[in-house]
Design a protein around this ligand. Structure first.
Ligand code: G3H
Ligand code: 13P
Ligand code: ZN
Ligand code: NA
Length: 283
């Protein structure tokens, strides 16, 4: 029932848009992601981090995503976000994910290559696509001196070598985005992105995309980004609405009255992103 991410990114590559990948960790967000995709007639990637899997339980994540996808006309992928071990990848493959990310970006490159190759070796034969990461996409809270920033960015030549050596389906790159909320406006290294794109054959993934202005996202897509990850903007919409409802109605005790509007707010922000990414209308 879930399609592999690679199939969605192939279409995106052919038509020059990006597919949205949205993080989920509870029922309301799973529902919001698929409702948004249906409303925009967009292909969609639902993704769960190890933290989300720990919170909800791996079987709950898969079951909720399955029910949501079964009721949808648009293609839906279920992807592991930032898997940091071979064992985690295997658990997700077994549980029913259609795509996995192995994030070995904190490891020395040769070790990142070795484990990514193993992940590809077990995933490819069963039709599951693999995303890997090269370069360090930190968090916005990480204290990084501006002059050290580029040292963490993805090296284009190394990216070419990495993709050749591993056979991955897509590559997450570090070009100036960060996970979480930005203090100022992020400055993306577009030249580096174009250089990477010219040297690697697989679709490029942009992480930390919440808070990146729409015009910068469009430029990144023009230069080859085909999967865009969004988590923080959903959290802000969801929890912001919970806060607003509770502030307005301090005596409210019905979870549906609190989480229902939060789910609606999540649908709206996800739809907005899909229109920016160009995947709206592409299902
Ligand atoms: O890239 C990280 C995602 O935003 C997931 O965050 O590990 O807190 O679930 P998390
Ligand atoms: P943001 O939370 O900054 O949107 O990043 C999401 C992400 O990259 C998930 O892998
Ligand atoms: Zn990420
Ligand atoms: Na971000």
């Amino acid at each position: 029932s879930f399609v592999p991410v690679s199939a969605l990114l192939r279409d995106a590559e052919n038509e020059g848009y990006a597919v949205g990948a949205f993080n989920c960790n509870n029922m309301e967000i799973v529902q919001a992601i698929v409702a948004a995709a249906e409303a925009e007639n967009a292909p969609v990637i639902m993704q769960a981090s190890q933290g989300a899997i720990k919170y909800a339980g791996i079987d709950y994540i898969v079951a909720m995503a399955r029910v949501a996808a079964a009721g949808a006309k648009v293609p839906v992928a279920l992807h592991l976000d930032h898997g940091t071990s071979f064992e985690q990848v295997i658990r997700c493959v077994r549980a029913g994910f259609s795509s996995v990310m192995f994030d070995g970006s904190k490891l020395p490159t040769e070790q990142n290559i070795a484990i990514t190759r193993q992940v590809v070796a077990v995933s490819r034969p069963v039709g599951i696509s693999v995303e890997a990461e090269l370069g360090k996409i930190g968090g916005t809270e990480d204290e990084i001196v501006v002059t050290d920033r580029e040292a963490l960015f993805t090296d284009p030549e190394e990216a070419r070598y990495f993709v050749e050596q591993t056979g991955v389906d897509s590559l997450a790159v570090a070009i100036g985005t960060a996970h979480g909320r930005y203090k100022g406006e992020p400055q993306l290294d577009f030249e580096r992105l174009s250089k990477i794109k010219s040297l690697v054959t697989v679709p490029i993934v942009l992480h930390g995309s919440s808070g990146v202005p729409a015009e910068a996202l469009r430029e990144a897509i023009r230069r080859g980004v085909r999967k865009i990850n969004i988590d923080t903007n959903i959290r802000e919409a969801f929890v912001g609405t919970v806060r607003q409802v509770l502030d307005g109605h301090p005596d409210e005790i019905d979870p549906r009255k609190v989480l229902g509007p939060a789910r609606e707010a999540a649908v709206e922000i996800i739809r907005e992103k899909m229109r920016i990414f160009g995947c709206a209308g592409k299902a």
